[in-house]
Design a protein around this ligand. Structure first.
Ligand code: SF4
Length: 438
């Protein structure tokens, strides 16, 4: 792994196709009358139309078509699971390569020069709780119409998962900074280190503002519930990723990490954790263990392949049953698994195989087992109607059980995607604008 590591850092950039290459790519689009790409885009982007405008070198038209349904095209073009959405359903992919839709989208966003027109300022005031993609989209839509928006964030940074969760070698820092700067120019105010709780209840915001948007995500990491999970050196994804992702620069440190990192899980967060670990200077070995086979892994194939290329090892059909160590984790006991009958998700259920166990040395373990909602926060503190898992219940306008209180993103969906969070923020903002007669 060492020689590959030498070329890896936290700010390296993927090589982007040139404008000429992308125009050639756009020429391959068949402009399908019933486009599968659009049908499988969560925000129904007019993909064939923006590709056609791009091909005709009408870049501003391409941009305005794109912006009909999105707020953050260059972010979504990086973090969306395209192989499961637009690109994965492009008819060109049936017999060859699908159209590289995200690269075209990214280029259109890059070519657009944002001339921030002065917007008339209104007297309407709105608040958002949390500063992840759902709240940022809500704020951007309303602030673009001249309305005042104040975002309350419990952390000392802006962006939620875009900041702590997605490593900078995937989502360069400038992409988020660009939107934060735009929001600032539009007059959006950020109040950091401000937690909405019993001391600062949601009621205060409800009284002060005409509408409130709750975008607090699904902040609780799922637990394994096996012995040793509380040992030092056993992290959940959010604590591990935020310790590294909130640092700046192309080289980052996590001294306590030691030399061998074991990541548990098969989703994109597991791939992010493994790819972050591989870049840490003292780490010599990174292993991902996953209880099913590679075929069932929920991670995007591209992320999986990147992780492999960077030297991450994979042990599938392997599931931890105990974390062992004196003061700190030293070893992980794993059961060998096999696949049984399909479960509710349609994937074959992993079952322990003949009580066969292996021991893997690890100085750090990262549990990437997904996220859940905070029932106490959403239900008892915010006093919003939730289901039994704490998922906030909303109607088709993203309005909660309290009038003029909206919510979206993972707070209303359980763990989901950035594009869905953005979609909810836009949807709630549209409902607000409709009520204002705009
Ligand atoms: Fe173009 Fe593919 Fe969409 Fe058809 S499915 S319009 S070929 S991008």
């Amino acid at each position: 792994m060492k020689s590959k590591k030498l070329t890896l850092n936290f700010n390296e950039k993927n090589k982007e196709p040139s404008l000429e290459e992308l125009k050639a790519e756009a020429s391959r689009c068949l402009n399908c009358p019933k486009p599968n790409c659009k049908a499988n885009c969560p925000i129904s982007n007019e993909i064939p139309s923006f590709i056609a405008a791009f091909k005709n070198e009408d870049y501003e038209k391409a941009y305005s078509i794109l912006m009909e349904n999105t707020c953050f095209p260059d972010i979504c073009s990086i973090v969306c699971p395209h192989e499961k959405q637009c690109m994965g359903h492009c008819v060109r992919g049936i017999k060859g390569e699908p159209i590289n839709i995200p690269a075209i989208e990214r280029k259109i966003a890059e070519l657009h020069k944002d001339s921030l027109e002065k917007v008339a300022s209104s007297t309407h005031k709105f608040a958002a709780v949390g500063s992840g993609p759902a709240s940022l989209a809500f704020a951007l839509k309303l602030a673009s119409k001249g309305h005042k928006v104040v975002i309350y964030e419990k952390e000392n940074y802006i962006g939620g998962v875009l900041k702590w969760g997605i490593p900078s070698f995937r989502l360069p820092k400038e992409k988020l900074d660009k939107y934060v700067s735009k929001l600032n120019k539009l007059g959006v105010e950020f109040v950091l280190n401000h937690k909405i709780d019993d001391k600062h209840p949601l009621d205060e915001l409800i009284k002060e503002y005409e509408g409130v948007f709750v975008g607090v995500g699904a902040p609780n990491s799922n637990k394994m519930k096996v012995p040793g999970e509380d040992l030092k050196g056993v992290y959940h994804t959010n604590s591990f990723l935020s310790k590294v992702n909130l640092q700046d620069g192309e080289n980052r440190e996590l001294d306590e990490c030691g030399s061998s990192v074991l990541v548990v899980g098969g989703g994109n967060a597991a791939m992010d954790a493994a790819r972050v670990a591989v870049r840490l200077p003292q780490v010599e070995k990174v292993t991902v263990v996953y209880r099913r086979s590679e075929n069932e892994m929920p991670a995007c194939k591209a992320e999986l392949e990147e992780a492999k290329a960077e030297g991450v090892e994979f042990k599938t059909l392997t599931n931890p049953v105990a974390f062992l160590g004196k003061d700190k984790v030293e070893k992980v006991e794993c059961a060998q698994m096999e696949l049984g009958e399909p479960d509710d998700s349609g994937r074959r259920r992993p079952v322990e195989s003949n009580k066969a166990y292996v021991f893997i040395d690890a100085t750090t373990v990262v549990l990437a087992l997904g996220f859940s909602n905070d029932f106490e926060l959403n239900n008892s503190i915010f006093k919003l109607e939730t289901d039994k898992w704490g998922v906030i219940q909303v109607n088709e306008e993203n309005e909660t059980s309290i009038k003029n209180v909206f919510a979206g993103g993972d707070a209303t969906r359980g763990a989901s995607t950035v594009v869905n969070a953005m979609k909810d923020g836009i949807n709630a903002a549209k409902a607000v604008l409709k009520r204002l007669g705009e």
